[in-house]
Design a protein around this ligand. Structure first.
Ligand code: CP
Length: 347
């Protein structure tokens, strides 16, 4: 999300609206990216992001290359960078999901074609945030000034990190609700406050009646060092019909999905539950992103900011898997971050 200005994010949302309308005339859609090849490289499991990127590519007339790490030469020990270079040579754009933070940035550095981050470890999930912003705008007619409760595993969820940044950029007010062990990291909050003058407050679930949007996410088990802690955390919060009794009648309940146990299945029948429609919005939004990256102004965009010396110590950074030149970017908030995983220096 740090690659976007508000103006650019707004342009994507506007394009997505046009794509949604165009989906009613499939023959027109399929003339947008004919004869293009989009490589879907998912090193981590996915349903929505992988399927909606495939659907978006097909709707636009592009073809897709699929990649399965277990049946690729990555399983024989081929390096990440060699694998990326190969696929870059076969395609016009790469959609990449990886468990290591900064994998998409490193892939973009060594690729000739655009690389779209489809989720990198616990760092970012920018296209999910564009889907979320699009959904909120569609449901509420605006984003600025809304009170948005972020509820769940705010510490480990990349969706929450990207969303905090995206909502701050659009001037929403954020209410953070989580058990203490899953709270949002202070550097993310400080960055949004410094950069966007964002209003972010940690509150309790008792404050839910003030919210216009409730955005929930699951406990990100795969990011815990000790699985027992994840199991304990899962029992700490749940959205139930009883909890929603005190919420606004026009509350919108969103979730990036997959959901596990954090939302009672009975809530699916509540008209305020909008998460399945939110997932459907993934197609027009990703159509807009693909078009922008392949033939539009977003092509080959690099990380912004002054380059500074930086030695990354993040154990989840792609540099732990794939050696590459170290370096940092000085952000508009005055903080230096690893150019790959975007984590500030610790300690
Ligand atoms: N929201 C999301 O990223 O879902 P998937 O993991 O299924 O792609």
């Amino acid at each position: 999300m740090r690659d976007f200005t508000r103006q650019e994010a707004e342009a994507v949302l506007f394009e997505a609206e046009k794509m949604e309308a165009l989906l009613k005339t499939p023959e027109k859609c399929s003339r947008i990216l004919p004869n293009r090849l989009v490589a879907n490289m998912f090193f981590e499991p996915s349903t929505r992001t992988s399927q909606s990127f495939q659907a978006a590519s097909s709707r636009l007339g592009a073809k897709t290359l699929s990649f399965h790490p277990q049946s690729s030469s990555a399983a024989k020990g081929e390096t990440f960078s060699d694998t990326i270079r190969m696929v870059d040579g076969y395609s016009d754009a790469i959609v990449l999901r990886h468990a290591h933070e900064g994998a998409a940035r490193l892939a973009a550095d060594i690729s000739e074609h655009p690389v779209i981050n489809a989720g990198d470890g616990g760092n970012q999930h920018p296209t999910q945030t564009l889907v979320d912003l699009y959904t909120i705008k569609k449901l509420k007619g605006k984003i600025t000034g809304l009170k948005i409760a972020l509820f769940g595993d705010l510490r480990h969820a990349r969706t929450m990190h990207s969303l905090l940044f995206g909502l701050s950029m659009f001037g929403a007010e954020m209410m953070l609700i989580s058990p203490p062990s899953l709270s949002m990291g202070a550097p993310s909050i400080r960055e949004a406050e410094r950069k966007f003058n964002a209003k972010i407050t940690a509150v309790s679930i008792k404050d839910l009646p003030q919210a216009d949007v409730l955005y929930v996410c699951r406990v990100q088990k795969e990011r815990f060092e000790d699985p027992r802690e994840a199991i304990a955390a899962e029992g700490a919060f749940r959205v139930s019909a009883k909890l929603l009794k005190s919420a606004k009648k026009d509350l919108a309940i969103l979730h990036p999905l997959p959901k596990v146990s954090e939302i009672d299945p009975i809530v699916d029948d509540d008209p305020r539950a909008k998460y399945f429609g939110q997932a459907k919005n993934g197609v027009p939004v990703r159509m807009a992103v693909l078009t922008r990256c392949i033939i539009g102004k977003g092509a080959k965009k690099r990380g912004q900011g002054e380059v500074v010396r930086f030695s990354c110590r993040n154990a989840s950074c792609i540099l732990r898997l794939q050696p590459a030149p170290q370096g940092g970017i000085l952000g508009a908030d005055g903080v230096a971050r690893c150019r790959y995983c975007e984590q500030p220096a610790r300690g």
